[in-house]
Write a protein that binds this ligand. Structure first.
Ligand code: UFG
Length: 319
């Protein structure tokens, strides 16, 4: 099968491109390199273009059997300050891409959604039936596109999987690709920057949450586990109906637990200081991944320790 990996020069897209290749699939990466890096697409056919460039896409869509869509802006804080950017790209750009797909003969579509579509969960661990009530424009832009996918699937012969990621982290075990964000706001790379003296200390955003140690709990999932789920998602679409699926481990860790795991795995002290809560952070987000297990026979295999050691190896190789 040939797959167009849109946003394949980004973090999760590049890991998925590698997973697809390991499975023997043909991959074309399409990316405008606005937040992606050509180095992450090394070894693949890379076509530089925008998701709204329907002419460029039409030619490529003739060569593939399925589309995976990773191209998005994904900073929650930025989405609050600049919602226009988020709705422009994550909604209008994505719709333009989807319409290009509908104008081709491709009918299989895999979408990078997020647990941010749920907002503050009514119940943790969260199933896919949790109400979708996003609390920031990033989550709203992703949810709006989920609605479009649902309508298109009903009206046209589109089949999609919307994967709702929890906290993607870690790096491919081959050491060649990993997380590259600028600025880097995610917890694990932020902790590494504190260890390496690239920032004075890790700011722990709030220790007065209703959690056992007062810091926020998240479900950290290895990016290679996410990538493998996408490969299985394609098999799923061969025979089954469209679906939204959580991708998480089902196990939550607090910020303080992540810090102590990193100190243990890396063997270095993390300079840290308490800071006020970050606006928009729900206290606890943990997936119930049982629908993904049941429908795709998928389960996250890698532990938090493996996330940390692979991410550390990647960070060390770049400094
Ligand atoms: N945190 C700190 N200090 C930091 C960075 C993060 O204490 O320097 C804390 C955050 O407050 C949060 C946890 O670490 O409690 C994880 O934060 P991240 O920024 O790594 O990840 P988020 O949970 O904010 O974001 C993730 C995804 C988003 C998605 C969001 C849904 O990266 O794409 O979950 O809430 F939208």
């Amino acid at each position: 099968m040939a797959i167009l990996v849109v946003g394949g020069a980004g973090y999760i897209g590049s890991h998925t491109a590698h997973a697809l290749r390991r499975k023997g699939e043909e991959v074309i990466i399409y990316d405008n390199l606005s937040t992606g890096y050509s180095v992450l697409a090394e070894g693949f056919e890379l076509v530089i273009g925008d998701i709204s460039d329907s002419k460029k896409l039409a030619a490529l869509l003739r060569r593939v059997d399925a589309v995976m869509h990773f191209a998005a802006h994904a900073y929650v804080g930025e989405s609050v300050e600049n919602p226009r950017k988020y709705f422009q790209n994550n909604l209008l750009g994505s719709l333009s891409l989807l319409n290009s797909v509908m104008d081709s003969r491709v009918r299989k579509f895999i979408f990078s959604s997020t647990c941010a579509v749920y907002g503050v969960p009514v119940k943790v661990p969260m199933t896919e039936d949790n109400p979708r009530l996003p609390v920031n424009p990033y989550g709203s832009s992703k949810l709006a596109f989920e609605f479009a996918l649902e309508a298109y699937a009903k009206a046209y012969e589109l089949r999609f999987v919307a994967f709702r990621y929890f906290n993607a982290a870690g790096a491919d075990e081959n050491g060649k690709i990993g997380e590259m964000h600028d600025p880097e706001t995610h917890l694990i790379p932020a902790i590494f920057e504190a260890i390496k003296g690239k920032r004075p200390a890790l700011q722990i955003f709030g220790d007065d949450y209703p959690t056992p140690d007062g810091t926020c709990i998240r479900d950290y999932i290895h990016v290679s586990d996410l990538a493998e789920a996408h490969v299985l998602g394609l098999d799923y679409l061969d025979s089954k109906d469209s679906v939204a699926l959580n991708l998480g481990t089902g196990q939550g860790y607090s910020v303080k637990e992540v810090v102590s795991t990193i100190e243990k795995v890396v063997g270095l002290k993390v300079p840290s200081q308490m800071a006020p809560r970050r606006p928009g952070d729900p206290p606890s987000l943990v997936a119930d991944p049982s629908r993904s297990e049941k429908l795709m026979n998928w389960k996250a295999k890698r532990s938090l320790e493996e996330i940390v050691s692979s991410a550390w190896k990647w960070a060390e190789s770049r400094s």
